[in-house]
Structure formats: C-alpha cells, structure tokens
Write a protein that binds this ligand. Structure first.
Ligand SMILES: C[S@@+](CC[C@H](N)C(=O)[O-])C[C@H]1O[C@@H](n2cnc3c(N)ncnc32)[C@H](O)[C@@H]1O
Length: 155
C-alpha cells in the first residue's frame, strides 16, 4: 500500500504532503487518519470525499515548496508539473497515461523518458514496484539534486 510505503520510507522526516491529482482523496485520508500526516489533495476537479482536505486547483511546481513531499499517483495532466517538483522536493511519481510526450509511450517507455529527464536535471530516482494492482504500479521515487553550498573562504 502506498501510504504504508510513505510512512516506512519517510517516517517523521516529512509532515506536509501534496496528493497531486488525488481524485477522491483516499490516499490523503489514509495518510492523515492512519499515519498522522498533514496531507491534502491538489486536484482541480473537486471530487474529494467529505472531510478530505483539498485545494481545488491545478498543480504547478511552484506549489511544491509548500510541502515536504509530493505524491503523484496516476497524475495525468499534472505529470510534468509533478516531475518538475522533483527538482525541489522529494517526489513519488507513478505515471499512468502518457501526458509526457507527443510520442506514443507505453508504461516502460514512459518511465524511461521521465527517468532520462530526471537524469539531465540531476534528480536522483529509483524505480519502485508498488504492491497494488499493475500494470501501472511502477513509480519513480526521487530526491532533488543536492545544491552544494558555495565555498566561502571567510568561514
Ligand atoms: C486518473 S485520475 C487519478 C486519481 C487518483 N490519484 C487515483 O489514482 O485514483 C487523474 C486525476 O488527475 C486530475 N488532474 C488533471 N489535471 C490536473 C492538474 N493539472 N493538477 C492536478 N490534478 C489534475 C484529475 O482531475 C483526476 O482526478
């Protein structure tokens, strides 16, 4: 289960989570109720279940800075913005349909294309197979590039 994976992997190192394109908000509900995170859905459709916190808007990478972790589970049109968020925040991106490129890309080619782009941006990502029903259950779990502090000879 993705919520368990998040709790195991990040523990208390993260608190505020964006469930981008979260639809009804099942993941958010689980993360908040069972794992005590402060998660909210960011999805323009506004289909969230009663009581699930949400922002009814399109996700953009600029929003990423408000959160400690960005999760994009089958984020459709928000796929690129979620990938861009990986430049500044830890991201779990499980792509579904190809909203990445004009070319026809199947699951593995889509993952490769995003992973290649991450590579060009210095984003460090690993491929994770999640324990929910496939085939769209493989994600890229990434950390943003490490920004080296500038050398300051006076320090
Ligand atoms: C395939 S559903 C995924 C729902 C949920 N994450 C799941 O896996 O069951 C795609 C969702 O993406 C949302 N979406 C589309 N464009 C978006 C955008 N620019 N920013 C955030 N969410 C978006 C849609 O409203 C829809 O709820």
């Amino acid at each position: 289960m993705l919520a368990e994976y998040i709790a195991e992997r990040y523990g208390r190192r993260v608190r505020y989570i964006a469930d981008v394109a979260g639809g009804q908000g099942m993941l958010t509900r689980l993360l908040n109720k069972r794992f005590n995170y402060q998660c909210e859905v960011v999805d323009p459709r506004g289909y969230v279940l009663t009581g699930v916190p949400s922002r009814r808007e399109e996700f953009s990478a600029a929003l990423a800075l408000y959160y400690d972790l960005i999760v994009g589970l089958h984020p459709d049109e928000a796929t690129r913005a979620v990938a861009e968020a990986a430049l500044v925040r830890p991201v779990i991106l499980v792509p579904c349909c190809n909203f990445w490129a004009a070319d026809k890309l199947g699951r593995d080619a889509l993952l490769d294309a995003i992973a290649d782009w991450y590579g060009t941006q210095g984003v460090c990502a690993e491929r994770v197979v999640f324990d929910f029903k496939g085939p769209k259950n493989i994600g890229l779990v990434s950390e943003p590039p490490v920004v080296k502090e500038q050398y300051d000879p006076t320090r």
